[in-house]
Design a protein around this ligand. Sequence first.
Ligand SMILES: [Zn+2]
Length: 418
Amino acid sequence: MGRCKQKDRERKRAAEGCASMFNFVSKKPRVPDEGSASLVGTSASNDEDGCLHAERSNDDQLKTQSIYTGPQVSSYDIGKVIQATMSHTEIDEAINNMSPGDKYMMLKNHVKPGSDYIFPKTYTGGCYRSFKLSWLQEFNWMVYSQNVDGVFCLGCSLFCTNRSAKGSFVTRPFTAWQKKAEKCREHQSSKYHQEALQLKDEFLSSMEKPAANVRTLLDKRKADNVRNNREVVKAVAETVLYCGRQCIALRGHVETPNEERNPGNFLRLLQLVANHNETVKNHLASPMMKNATYISPQTQNEILDIMGNDFILSGLVTEIKEAKFYSILADEVTSHNIEHMAFCVRFVDRESNIREEFLTFVPLSHTTGVYLAKTILQTIEKIGLDPSNIRGQGYDGAANMSSQNVGVQAEIKKRYEV
Ligand SMILES: [Zn+2]
């Protein structure tokens, strides 16, 4: 019994000694040098689990020593971003609000306690414990936050894909020093940790060598392709437009560039453009995709349709609507054994010029007056004009057009009293 009482007394003296020392230091925290950690507590040696060999004291102040949170703490401290009072949503928001530059600086400049740093002590697991500096070398993914006296996995905190389901090291600091070995090994063997570290490495690579990053290279290749294709399509469209303005046929006897025989105005002119444009030249010599040469007759016709309908026709319709009233002019024409109707309008433009403009060709399956009148009215409505604003009709002398009983003009007159 006497020996037990003596041991109790020795333990009590040891705890009281620690308490007086902790109180003294916690009242006068040392200000750290720039770039090094703040100094709190005692430099007493401890074990691998952070135990300081001090037993529990009756003094409540000893249960958890004060943590230094003064302005001397480095600004790159994940414990300042992820705070104890924050919900998972708020943590997600705080991390997502960090710019790539913020994350990079956090990764590269996170505060590291210096060798003279004295870590705060906490009564946990049956004795006073504190973080050990050597743990940062043992687990290189770990960072120590002076702000909260706890450790985080910086990679997981910044790059974990499902942060809300995680706890210690990710959304809250790990401080259970007595379980350090078990919990750290458990964390570093987890799948989400490995994935987060991979994302962290990719991020650092993209920040430090943007030109070498695979995603960046793919994005650049894609952007280059888009730019080159636009340049080619622009050259093709301008060539088609030139032929249209000059009223010259686009196609010749063959449809291949560099052909001895006449390949037509379009291909010859495009070849001329290619002689002064490397992108077009490379495209004609070796297109990226054989089914996307942009020079086929189909592409030429599509470009003509777009230019004719979306630009020229819509511009004319706008002008005719401004004039309000107009006359219609129509005549039949046969092309490749197919009957067509050439449809024109006559109107006075905003500068008081009398203009006659061709609007469109309409293929015909019949040539009776009733059918033609119906086709004309459908065409007028299709291009966006109001048939009730027709004030005149002009046709040739054919009976199906001009007959006072069965001609087009009679049919339209019946409906709109033109
Ligand atoms: Zn991790």
